[in-house]
Design a protein around this ligand. Structure first.
Ligand code: ZN
Ligand code: ZN
Length: 225
């Protein structure tokens, strides 16, 4: 009661701001919310937008994860919000964005939530791990338990941006390891901010499955083409 009163008072003093443009609204103001693009139809495995059929890349190299669900297509206000969460030192955005995401995806029954971990060095320079924060808030909003610390990066990898599909896969291959005592037999939801080719999610899911996870579904704020 006191706590919700406190939240109401804070909202009055500092009205929630749009994660993309700073106008009033949470997580997006009315005009940014209107500019968001839903993922629509796409490949049932990797979520690549387009036809609702397994895409050529997934037919050739089926990913280790079961499916990708995203809150929206990358771009516009959603890209601005993710940029703010990752690079503008605004970890508090994970809460409204996590709730927003929870309304747009459906987690498999009994699933536990795991984040794609940042490398130690990047976590230290950024001061927080955005996918970890997001996973925490998605877990809170959906009631699914969060499995923290079960997946880690065993190798630092340079950023994926600007690399070809094959180079992205090579860059993250073997970069993750999972703890079999934590993940064996579990249905898992792997959380990241953006899924592009799915190479990072594939490498992380592969490590979870190698440690005995039953199934891995990927959930991201955005799906990039
Ligand atoms: Zn806005
Ligand atoms: Zn696909």
């Amino acid at each position: 009661m006191l706590r919700s009163l406190g939240v109401a008072l804070l909202d009055l003093l500092y009205p929630p701001r749009c994660a993309a443009c700073g106008e009033a609204g949470e997580p997006f103001c009315a005009s940014c919310a209107e500019a968001l693009v839903s993922p629509g139809e796409g490949c049932p495995r990797c979520g690549r937008p387009g036809r609702a059929a397994t895409c050529g890349a997934c037919l050739l190299h089926p990913p280790s994860f079961e499916a990708v669900q995203a809150g929206g297509l990358f771009g516009g206000p959603l890209a601005d919000a993710i940029h703010a969460l990752k690079y503008a030192d605004r970890p508090a955005l994970a809460r409204p964005l996590g709730r927003w995401l929870a309304d747009r995806v459906s987690l498999p029954p009994g699933a536990m939530v795991v984040a794609v971990p940042l490398g130690r060095r990047r976590r230290l320079t950024r001061g927080y791990d955005q996918a970890g924060r997001l996973a925490e808030q998605l877990a809170r909003a959906t009631g699914a338990p969060r499995l923290a610390g079960a997946l880690r990066r065993v190798r630092e990898t340079p950023p994926q941006v600007g690399r070809s599909r094959a180079a992205r896969a090579a860059n993250v291959a073997g970069a993750f390891a999972a703890d079999p005592r934590r993940v064996a037999g579990r249905e898992l939801v792997l959380v990241d901010d953006v899924v592009t080719t799915g190479a990072t999610a594939d490498a992380a899911a592969r490590a979870l499955l190698a440690a005995g996870a039953r199934r891995v579904t990927v959930v991201a704020l955005a799906r990039a083409e």
